[in-house]
Design a protein around this ligand. Structure first.
Ligand SMILES: Nc1ncnc2c1ncn2[C@@H]1O[C@H](COP(=O)(O)OP(=O)(O)OP(=O)(O)O)[C@@H](O)[C@H]1O
Ligand SMILES: [Mg+2]
Length: 402
């Protein structure tokens, strides 16, 4: 029986899908280190309460306590972006295999990441580390508007600004407040269609790769609360339009030095077809993307992730049987969900190819992130049918708030 620790500060529905997958790997005693309650855990996963699941000392003490009775441990894993460094540090404290702290930092700090990628010949935005308003003006004098300001290791678009002119710069600077102790990253603005490139890597080799298209990009979605957006997994990703990202994506993952695990990369396709990498996470994607990928291949990518990080293997083949996509439901206004209109019509028009839904709950507070208050996933062998259905969903379903 191998002991595997799963670090999960909070047990969100999305997290529990990974917990269940990990618990299903044969010969595993899965111990979930969490601040959340045991009642949420699926059968087969053991609960271990920690005061701070982002504190390596606290995590290591919990692991050592368990290891006193188990005699050792096999792996420590987790999917949360902002837990990656704490997990890596804990791994080092315990002497367990997996991503070390230096590698985790390359994936977390967007400046370190871009320098590493540049050195490997991977195109990414020019950037500067800002410690003052003057630094921002200097950078803009070099690259021109628009620029993007963001925290060096942010997630979920929080604190991320597109800055088009001096007036917007003043607003972004007064909100982000760069200083000697508070670094802000500035990047040249890359114009292009946003995509993801998600991989499973085993022993340094990319064994699985997938491409998803964001419609529109996350920053537009975050800045416009009314936008209902979609992600599309085209059935066929073998065409020449994806040649650049296949090359660049694999090079980027290798340059960042991941030995084994799953990566989620965001990249832009510029008008000339070239691929520019925005960022890469050493973790699976969020926002139902892993579920969507599963519908494409008609097999669980949660399970594939668990096999990769626990058993260091991936079992092919991965045959693309369908196109799939997810439409995210949200709407204008604030407060609580008052109602959802258009569901009957949407059901009539595209219900046949809807494979999974989570509808906004009337009375629930509006979600703050771009994932919105609910979603519907569709799939069909024909990419155009999926794309049309996604459009129908976001045009027909309307969420009201009070
Ligand atoms: N240099 C850039 N040029 C154009 N758009 C950008 C740039 N940097 C970021 N963006 C936009 O802002 C979004 C969020 O940026 P980024 O991915 O760096 O932040 P994040 O907090 O990690 O967000 P997430 O968790 O959604 O990935 C991107 O998906 C993209 O839409
Ligand atoms: Mg991002």
């Amino acid at each position: 029986m191998r002991t595997v620790f799963f670090v999960a500060p909070y047990l969100m529905d999305a997290t529990l899908k990974y917990v269940s997958a990990a618990a299903s790997i044969p010969g595993i005693r899965l111990v979930v280190l969490t601040q959340d309650s045991a009642s949420k855990l699926p059968a087969g996963a053991r609960h271990y309460s920690v005061a701070n699941a982002l504190d390596p000392e606290c995590l290591a003490a919990a692991c050592r306590d368990v290891m006193r009775t188990t005699g050792g441990a096999h792996r420590i894993i987790g999917i949360l972006e902002n837990a990656q460094e704490a997990i890596a540090r804990t791994r080092e404290l315990l002497g367990l295999p997996g991503i070390d702290l230096a590698t985790a930092e390359r994936f977390r700090d967007k400046g370190v990441m871009k320098n590493t990628l540049r050195d490997a010949g991977v195109a990414c935005a020019r950037f500067a580390r800002l410690h003052s308003a003057a630094d921002a003006r200097k950078f803009i004098a070099e690259v021109g508007f628009p620029v993007v300001l963001k925290p060096p290791a942010g997630a979920g678009c929080r604190g991320t600004y597109r800055v088009n002119n001096t007036a917007e710069l003043d607003v972004a600077l007064s909100e982000s407040q760069p200083s000697a102790t508070r670094e802000v990253l500035a990047e040249e603005f890359i114009t292009g269609e946003e995509h993801s490139f998600d991989t499973i890597v085993i022993d340094g080799e990319v064994k699985f790769q997938n491409i998803l298209r964001y419609l529109p990009g996350p920053l537009d979605v975050t800045r416009n609360e009314w936008i209902q957006w979609c992600v599309l997994a085209p059935r066929d990703i073998s065409g020449p339009e994806y040649d650049p990202i296949r090359k660049v994506g694999v090079a980027a993952v290798k340059a960042l030095g991941l030995r084994t695990g799953m990566t989620h990369m965001e990249w832009f396709r510029r008008k000339d077809g070239s691929a520019v990498v925005n960022e890469v996470g050493a973790r699976p994607p969020g926002a139902q993307f892993t579920t969507v990928m599963g519908y494409v291949y008609d097999r669980s990518l949660y399970h594939a992730w668990a096999q990769a990080v626990i058993d260091e293997r991936v079992d092919g083949p991965f045959e693309r049987k369908y196109a799939a996509g997810c439409a995210y439901f949200r709407g204008p206004g604030m407060g609580r969900v008052a109602g959802i209109d258009g569901l009957d019509e949407a059901q009539r028009k595209v219900g046949k190819i809807v494979v999974e839904t989570q509808l906004p709950v009337v009375g629930a507070g509006k979600a703050s992130g771009y994932e919105g208050d609910g979603f519907a996933i569709v799939r069909h062998p024909d990419t155009e049918v999926v794309q049309a259905a996604l459009r129908t969903l976001i045009e027909t379903v309307k969420v009201r708030y009070v």
